[in-house]
Design a protein around this ligand. Structure first.
Ligand SMILES: Nc1ncnc2c1ncn2[C@@H]1O[C@H](COP(=O)(O)OP(=O)(O)O)[C@@H](O)[C@H]1O
Ligand SMILES: [Mg+2]
Length: 258
């Protein structure tokens, strides 16, 4: 037996002990650990703790196809949100179609882990760009490997709800803010989100916050116009059900003609 393939009992036990000790320090349960945390993700959490970015994981806010979002507490007792992309079961086709064609990620290795790390960094950078032009998005705080730390949206009791689950008091106003955000992103940050829908907008302090920027692309991406059209379409159709009538072609023209 070659030792790099098959760990002997002794080193296996040592690894197990190491894992247990990291897990108990971080404070997550076994099920979550099995689903989300491979050894390297646990090491990344260790680094976040030793760098004093976070102190402890609070609880999971969301368990998605591609990853999990947790609430965490900083050493200063502030709340943050932590998105962890799952390295083991990430749907892959989806991701590569967005990264291929983005000049910022030309030298992308074929390695799966690298792609996921790059994807996470992409979400971080897209959040930075969106944040710089002052649209409502969670402020990015830190990214390491497949883990992204950002501003937590919500109250002490609960995370901000998805727009699809909220009865909007002033739908026209919310619609206008979202369209204005899409327009500003395009014109001022050369950015297209690519997956805007009522599932990726959180209602926080009566304002819409756009989240989930991993698939966002620059306007020079060959498919950026198609993604922009789809974002506008999703929002226009959603608000149509709330009696807000708008012409998606006109909106598209107005945004792209600058
Ligand atoms: N900054 C945040 N603050 C509070 N909740 C968040 C934050 N970011 C994400 N969430 C919650 O986590 C869920 C998943 O996040 P999202 O970025 O949309 O990932 P995905 O859709 O890929 O699973 C969201 O629907 C939302 O409920
Ligand atoms: Mg989402």
């Amino acid at each position: 037996m070659s030792s790099d393939k098959f760990l002997d009992n002794k080193s296996l036990k040592k690894l197990d002990r190491e894992l247990e000790s990291i897990i108990s320090r971080i404070g997550i349960d076994r099920k979550t650990q099995d689903e989300v945390f491979d050894k390297s993700t646990l090491n990344t959490f260790e680094k976040l703790i030793s760098d004093r970015v976070i102190d402890i994981l609070d609880f999971p806010i969301s368990t998605g196809k591609e990853g999990n979002v947790f609430r965490a507490v900083t050493p200063e007792k502030k709340l943050v949100a932590i998105k962890v992309y799952r390295v083991t079961t990430l749907t892959f086709k989806h991701i590569s179609s967005y990264i291929i064609g983005d000049p910022r990620f030309k030298s992308l290795s074929k390695n799966r882990r690298d792609i996921i790390y790059t994807w996470t960094k992409k979400e971080y950078k897209n959040l930075q760009r969106a944040n710089e032009i002052k649209i409502n998005v969670p402020k990015p705080i830190k990214t390491i490997n497949n883990v992204l730390v950002m501003e937590y949206l919500g109250s002490a009791n609960m995370a901000a709800p998805l727009m699809k689950d909220v009865k909007l008091k002033d739908p026209k106003k919310i619609f206008n803010i979202i369209i204005e955000s899409i327009s500003k992103m395009y014109k001022k940050a050369d950015l297209v989100h690519g997956d805007i829908s009522a599932y990726n907008v959180l209602m926080h302090k009566n304002k819409p916050y756009i989240i989930d920027f991993g698939q966002g692309v620059l306007t020079e991406h060959p498919n950026s116009k198609e993604f922009l059209r789809r974002d506008i379409h999703n929002i226009v159709s959603y608000f149509k059900k709330l009696n807000i009538i708008a012409d998606e072609n006109k909106i598209f023209q107005k945004i792209t003609n600058m």
